[in-house]
Design a protein around this ligand. Structure first.
Ligand SMILES: [Zn+2]
Length: 396
């Protein structure tokens, strides 16, 4: 069998839970999405990211109506349930930890110190001024918005767990768009002021996962990302295999290779912060065409759903309904929706919307899990198939 046919057959078989071979036109359709070759040609934004407006799926209005689901619903079904506990679908829950406190005065100070030779004196001055204002607000007690408490509590109510993606504390090539918290910085956590180190270890001990949030430049540099993953691994004293890149920086030809060099097993960067939907044409995990990296595409990010709405309640309700409809559509095909909410979102109503979406996941019988749990589960499914004697089902 040709390498592409074998690759697509394995992705579809892992979804089905039984070996399948696909007709040539199905292989071509699925390959066109999973390979992401289209992204090589498209205009980039100032962060090097593909502009979602230029994607064919956007132009065809298919981001929220993933076209490959038509092929997936006709797959034969294996005997074993697709999701643990017989759940109908899965929801990977996640948080990018850009801020650990609401007013990061220490971070702004460090940013000014570390970048004073690369950014203009005006910007250094702005960082120092921000540090002063933030320090004052913190002294007044206005900063006590815990980074982790509310998210973990909402998830725990449903028995769910999530992945928190932590940035490194030492940056090899810092930029103005990075964050500068240290693992011994203190933050409010469950009514006490504790070092970040203690808060994340407590969460980890209770089943939450800590992944690495690769810094701005690490999206294109495997050695740098490896150093960052090792910092996070040292923080939690456990292997770190799950990654999402800061600013969702993702170059199809560079980022997965860098993540593999860094020892990552699973990524969830392939999504958008300008809209919601399925960038690879389906709401299922898939192994990247090159190397052994599992991609669990990001489906709904807080920024992509809520930025720019402000306090306009009617618009927020409409966006919530839109996200719920997408989750219901994914539930119907037994797929995976990946949610990503920042720990200190700068949009009003972000927590209320997250709470409502978790309720939707629970009502529709979704498995709320971490990215690492998804990685383990999907790899085990693939491995079981590789052990299965080949009696392939033809798709009709
Ligand atoms: Zn980030």
């Amino acid at each position: 069998m040709h390498a592409i046919d074998a690759y697509i057959a394995e992705q579809l078989s892992t979804i089905a839970g039984t070996p399948v071979t696909a007709p040539a036109e199905t292989v071509a359709r699925v390959w066109a999405q999973l390979d992401r070759a289209e992204e090589r040609q498209l205009p980039r934004d100032r962060h090097g990211n593909v502009q979602y407006e230029e994607l064919l799926l956007t132009k065809l209005n298919l981001l929220e109506y993933p076209p490959l689901h038509g092929d997936i619903t006709v797959l034969p079904a294996g005997e074993a349930p697709r999701w643990p506990g017989g759940h109908r679908f899965a929801a990977v829950l996640s948080h990018d930890v850009d801020y650990i406190v609401l007013y990061p005065w220490r971070e702004r100070l460090r940013q000014a110190m570390e970048l004073h030779h690369v950014i203009t004196p005006w910007r250094v001055g702005r960082r120092l001024a921000a540090a002063g204002v933030y320090a004052a607000l913190s002294l007044c007690g206005l900063a006590r918005v815990p980074a982790f408490d509310a998210w973990a509590a909402e998830e725990a109510r449903h028995g769910f767990r999530s992945t928190f993606f932590l940035l490194p504390e030492r940056l090899q090539a810092p930029t103005d768009l990075d964050h500068f918290y240290h693992y011994d910085d203190r933050l409010p956590f469950r009514g006490h002021s504790v070092p970040l180190r203690k808060a994340v270890r407590t969460l980890q001990g209770e089943g939450w996962e800590i992944g690495v949030h690769g810094s701005y430049n690490a999206a294109y540099d495997g050695a740098m990302l490896r150093d960052e993953a090792e910092q996070v691994a040292g923080l939690v004293d456990a292997p770190v295999v799950a990654v999402r890149q800061h600013f969702l920086r993702f170059d199809r030809d560079v980022t997965p290779a860098a993540q593999l060099t860094a020892g990552m097993q699973v990524d969830s960067t392939l999504g958008f912060s300008g809209t919601i939907g399925c960038r690879a044409g389906m709401a299922f995990p898939f192994f990247w065409p090159e190397g052994d990296l599992l991609e669990v595409p990001l489906t709904i990010q807080d920024v992509g759903l809520l930025r720019g709405i402000g306090h306009r309640q009617a618009v927020r309700r409409a966006q919530l309904a839109r996200a719920r409809a997408l989750i219901a559509r994914i539930a119907r095909v037994g797929g995976v929706v990946t949610l990503s909410w920042h720990t200190h979102p700068d949009m009003p109503g972000a927590l209320e919307v997250y709470r409502a979406l978790l309720e939707t996941v629970a009502e529709l019988d979704g498995w709320g899990c971490t990215l690492g749990e998804m990685n383990d589960w999907w790899r085990a499914r693939r491995e079981a198939l590789r052990q299965t004697p080949v009696v392939e089902h033809e798709m009709v």
